[in-house]
Design a protein around this ligand. Structure first.
Ligand SMILES: [Zn+2]
Length: 338
């Protein structure tokens, strides 16, 4: 929280007010919480850092693919093709049947569905963009992509799921959320009942090791739900609410789904100095932080899929009450990127 001093006092008061509100809302005496804690080995304890390191290493050209080649970057058709093949191969290894969501020439999202144990038409979606700005894109966004892969492995172990979970990797985010808009619109058209969408973008930088995580534009119950899960699973990470956008959760919100983004401290300043540079490499990342973000998101999605009740008396607050900072402008094509 290097730059906390630049937040106006009124915003600080709002932030602290909303935290006080959550303290009231979260009660460990809540029946559903008790049922949950008896029933479930926490998914957060199943998250394995070395899996994230391995997948992130391949996606950001530090580690080789099984054929001995590397993915040099994820901002050309060729680099993105290799990326898609790799993500699919990892999913197959986890026992999934990944699907391509091809929406235009060379534009393909990947997704896979983890069915609930009971029949339901309800879904939760967790996703991240897999493309980069023609760099190794370790933080942006091999971090989110690897976190979703690990969440997909871990949540498969969760017994008693009552809601289906979609894991998604979006293409062409850097060209203006192209892949995530295409997926959101198609799923909307199909009438899919997706009750919450969680996207991670840049979740690997934490130079001061304070574990601060920014929760961007949490719709509906999501801010309170993240805080409840954070406590109930004894994670206790410092969560900071922001109005951050310019990434995939926006595409889903604009299409009519409730969504939230998870990010390192983009607004508060503890964010990668290598953003959109050739130097956004594996070596600059904090893997404990990525692991912690993966634990939080897996625990939240896990509890939502078990239908653990949300805190009562949630007061919905407008996103524009919270601070935000623009990300770099989108590119019209990868060729434009130097
Ligand atoms: Zn990104």
């Amino acid at each position: 929280m290097k730059n906390l001093k630049i937040i106006p006092l009124s915003l600080l008061l709002l932030l602290s007010f909303s935290c006080v509100g959550n303290e009231k809302n979260v009660s460990l005496e809540n029946d559903s919480v008790n049922t949950f804690s008896k029933k479930v080995a926490s998914v957060d304890s199943l998250v394995i850092k070395s899996n994230i390191e391995q997948n992130l290493g391949v996606l950001s050209s530090k580690n080789k693919l099984p054929d001995g080649s590397v993915i040099p970057e994820r901002g050309t058709t060729e680099g993105r093709q290799k990326t898609k093949e790799y993500i699919k191969s990892v999913l197959v290894g986890y026992g999934y049947k990944p699907e391509m969501h091809s929406y235009r020439k060379n534009g393909d999202n990947i997704f896979t569905i983890l069915n609930a144990e009971t029949t339901t038409d309800e879904y939760i979606l967790v996703g991240a963009h897999m493309d980069s700005v023609k760099n190794m894109g370790a933080d942006d966004n091999a971090t989110g992509s690897s976190a979703v892969l690990e969440a997909s492995r871990v949540l498969k172990e969760l017994k008693g799921r009552k809601v289906n979970i979609i894991f998604a990797w979006f293409d062409e985010e850097e060209l203006g959320l192209v892949g995530s808009y295409a997926m959101a619109k198609d799923f909307k058209k199909k009438g899919m009942k997706i009750t919450s969408v969680h996207t991670m973008d840049m979740v690997g930088y934490d130079s001061d090791k304070d574990n601060n995580m920014e929760i961007e534009q949490p719709d509906g119950i999501l801010w309170d739900y993240y805080n409840m899960v954070n406590k109930n699973h004894n994670l206790n990470f410092p969560l900071i609410r922001t109005n951050g956008g310019d990434t995939d959760h926006v595409a889903f919100r604009e299409t009519g789904f409730e969504a939230v983004g998870i990010c390192e401290e983009w607004y508060h300043g503890d964010t990668t100095p290598e953003y959109h540079k050739k130097t956004d490499t594996y070596q600059t990342l904090n893997f404990d932080f990525i692991t912690n973000v993966t634990k939080l998101v897996s625990a939240v999605v896990g509890d939502l899929s078990l239908q653990v009740a949300a805190p009562t008396n949630i007061v919905i607050k407008k996103h524009n009450l919270y601070p935000s900072r623009k990300r770099a402008h989108f590119h019209s094509s990868y060729d434009e990127i130097k």
